[in-house]
Design a protein around this ligand. Structure first.
Ligand SMILES: [Zn+2]
Length: 142
């Protein structure tokens, strides 16, 4: 069988496969054509999969960025609240010390002045004990 003959036989077989008139197709050619189809399909699927995973990882990066921005904002808000609370505390303390001067009630108020400013959890804003290490509210270390 010459190359041309083989080629034309294959082409006929191909047409028969496409028209699903399979009984005319030699088994070998049929299997070859089928496996070629399967290989092509697998290649195609791999390509689709690759593209999808690319898209997915892009989305993950975007999501991570969004989450990061949210965390940053929450942390900034919490820091601001802590700052406000500490300012409030300082103001109260100033008022107390003024009252202290007026009342000269040293024993109670001097204790307040000597105490450290209150500490707040940098993660959730919960007031925490200055000597502690972990937030009783969210469990983060501070
Ligand atoms: Zn906390």
């Amino acid at each position: 069988m010459t190359l041309n003959q083989e080629q034309s036989e294959k082409n006929i077989a191909k047409k028969e496969i496409e028209s699903e008139n399979l009984e005319k197709v030699p088994v070998k050619v049929y299997i070859k054509a089928k496996s070629k189809k399967i290989k092509l399909k697998a290649k195609e699927n791999a390509k689709i999969l690759k593209e999808k995973s690319k898209e997915l990882s892009k989305n993950i990066i975007i999501q991570a960025k969004i989450v990061g921005q949210k965390i940053h904002k929450i942390s900034q808000d919490t820091q601001r609240k802590i700052h406000e609370k500490q300012e409030e505390w300082r103001e109260q303390n100033r008022q107390k010390s003024r009252e202290n001067e007026i009342n000269s009630d040293h024993e109670i108020n001097q204790k307040d002045i000597r105490s450290d400013p209150p500490k707040f959890c940098p993660f959730c804003g919960q007031q925490v004990s200055p000597g502690g290490k972990f937030c009783p509210n969210c469990g983060n270390s501070y």
